[in-house]
Write a protein that binds this ligand. Structure first.
Ligand SMILES: CC(C)(COP(=O)(O)OP(=O)(O)OC[C@H]1O[C@@H](n2cnc3c(N)ncnc32)[C@H](O)[C@@H]1OP(=O)(O)O)[C@@H](O)C(=O)NCCC(=O)NCCS
Length: 273
């Protein structure tokens, strides 16, 4: 087994572990591996790569893509934005009448993929409600939703391995010079390996915010967070001055890749981060 990277107390594993063998007790001694995993295989066995790579659901003809990390008990679902209001559960309909058409499509598509991701983890027919703007996940789970005008994507994890999670999709080339000047630090702009990393860095900051804000409850400006991205598709983040969120942000690990003309950024905060 290869431990790809170790951040804080978390470890992210890329290669499959033992297939169809009972959990070895020493497995649980590894950092970042929670005993919650034991609940995953009903027969107490790993399901090989499946148990370690995220469960993925690609709807509406979206070309499947691989995520650059393996994390037990994480599921991702991605679909196209359309009017899915009829698929919403009763508890998800609050405020629907005040939404315009565009917002309804994005909201209902986000909830649709959120529930699809939950189903991939075996959590069925439970509403994802909202508190303020923050989605409220069924007990024992944590997740994040993002939507552009065309794509909706959600990632969900069983709480235990991952304490916080943020996902963000941004249309490529969305960040103009003017916007970059407002949302990125000079250091970030200068370190960009290619021009459109500016859009990726913007998405990375929003993913960080979505992962950390529900945990810490602190509002962060774009200038409060500095993202350091690597060419291998990973990023880390720090705060530019001490904040309540500092330790949580620094314990997290980010990943980025392109998906259908968008940048997708994911930020995971390990349990205890
Ligand atoms: C909240 C915010 C990050 C959402 O990002 P966005 O690109 O506008 O929109 P997305 O489609 O990607 O995501 C919207 C979803 O994010 C989720 N969301 C909203 N506020 C959230 C929060 N505080 N924490 C976690 N998730 C949140 C919701 O699920 C929302 O979809 P829904 O309303 O349909 O349920 C953004 O609007 C914002 O307020 N940013 C300012 C703070 C920030 O990013 N700081 C950067 C430095 S860390």
């Amino acid at each position: 087994m290869t431990c790809d990277r170790r951040v804080g107390r978390a470890a992210y594993y890329r290669e499959p572990l033992i297939d169809k063998r009972p959990y070895a007790p020493e497995f649980f001694d590894r950092p970042g591996v929670s005993r919650n995993l034991a609940q995953d295989g009903l027969d107490g066995t790993f399901r090989g790569a499946e148990a370690l790579m995220p469960y993925c659901g690609f709807l509406d003809g979206i070309e499947p893509f691989e995520l650059p990390f393996g994390e037990p008990n994480v599921a991702l679902a991605c679909g196209r934005v359309d009017d899915h209001t009829r698929e919403l559960l009763a508890a998800e309909r609050a405020g629907l009448e005040r939404m315009g058409d565009v917002r309804r499509r994005e909201y209902s598509s986000g909830r649709r993929v959120a529930r699809h991701a939950l189903e991939l983890l075996g959590i069925r027919d439970v509403a994802v409600t909202t508190h303020g703007r923050v989605p409220v996940w069924p007990s024992g789970s944590v997740g994040s939703i993002t939507h552009s005008r065309s794509l909706a994507l959600a990632m969900v994890a069983r709480a235990g391995n991952v304490a916080g999670m943020g996902v963000d999709l941004e249309l490529e080339r969305r960040v103009t010079d003017e916007l970059a000047g407002r949302v990125l630090l000079r250091r970030e702009r200068e370190r960009s390996v290619e021009k459109d990393w500016r859009t990726m860095l913007f998405a990375a900051k929003e993913a960080v915010y979505k992962a950390v804000n529900p945990l810490v409850g602190e509002y962060l400006e774009f200038g409060d967070v500095e993202v350091k991205a690597e060419e291998d598709g990973t990023f880390g983040a720090i705060t530019t001055r001490p904040r309540r969120s500092t330790a949580t942000i620094e314990a997290g690990q980010g990943f980025f890749q392109r998906v259908e003309g968008h940048w997708l950024c994911v930020f995971l905060v390990p349990y205890g981060g």
